[in-house]
Write a protein of this length. Structure first.
Length: 245
């Protein structure tokens, strides 16, 4: 092709057809420019498709992580529901001044159970600002940042606070009133003196406060996390549908 154009230029010059040569040269330049623009357009299209595939992969990773979060939230909520039941049974038994029976041992154990509820922050924590900018939908990007900011601050802070309550009770309350903490083999916490425990102001304060502490420090953040996760998952699904069209 190059030899063909050279031959045309040579013939025009050899025949001293300067005007036609200039027109031809200009036309050739225009063709070259058009070729470059087409090549750039193809390159930009390829780069755009590559970035789009990276965005889809990133959103898929978030989708998988959030789906896992939602499954764990259901598990935690159910576990803490059983803890509430154990607390209510202990309070009812003690307030009615009922005699001790072995079935209480499981509820003493279960009332102090601590399930480390968490939001998986693995995908988000490894992202750079450039990675996050792969997400072309600014509203979606904002919601993703909001979800993981909530996870790192409000959620983790409250769950940690509840953990500290149980840890403190383990060190300063249970150790002098029960045989051991969380005997999972026998699924029991056996009181040293049940009759004394019924009159124990410190233990009664602990057990009477526990339901509200679970609600505000565990169930309330879990409920909020569940709502935020479901909303974010829908936004991601909608965006994936758009990107695949």
């Amino acid at each position: 092709m190059i030899k063909f154009f050279r031959k045309i230029r040579y013939n025009l010059m050899s025949k001293n057809k300067t005007g036609k040569y200039l027109k031809y040269a200009i036309g050739e330049i225009i063709l070259v420019v058009i070729g470059i623009l087409i090549a750039l357009q193809i390159n930009n299209w390829n780069e755009g498709k590559k970035l789009e595939q990276q965005e889809i992969k990133l959103l898929r990773n978030f989708e998988t992580s959030i789906e896992s979060d939602l499954e764990s939230f259901d598990h935690y909520i159910e576990e803490y529901r059983t803890i509430h039941n154990s607390i209510r049974l202990i309070k009812k038994h003690m307030e009615a001044n009922l005699p001790y029976n072995d079935s209480l041992n499981f509820h003493f154990l279960n009332s102090t159970a601590y399930w480390a509820a968490r939001i998986d922050q693995g995908v988000f924590s490894t992202l750079s600002s450039a990675d996050l900018n792969l997400i072309s939908n600014d509203s979606l990007k904002k919601e993703i940042v909001s979800y993981y900011t909530f996870a790192k601050t409000n959620f983790d802070m409250k769950i940690s606070k509840y953990s500290n309550i149980i840890d403190n009770a383990s060190e300063n309350l249970f150790n002098t009133r029960f045989d051991e903490l969380w005997n999972t083999n026998e699924r029991a916490m056996i009181p040293h003196d049940y009759e004394a425990l019924k009159k124990d102001k410190e233990y009664k304060y602990f057990i009477n406060s526990l339901n509200q502490q679970i609600f505000w420090l565990v169930e309330e953040p879990l409920t909020n996390a569940d709502k935020k996760a479901k909303n974010l998952l829908k936004l991601i699904d909608d965006e994936l549908t758009v990107l695949k069209e």
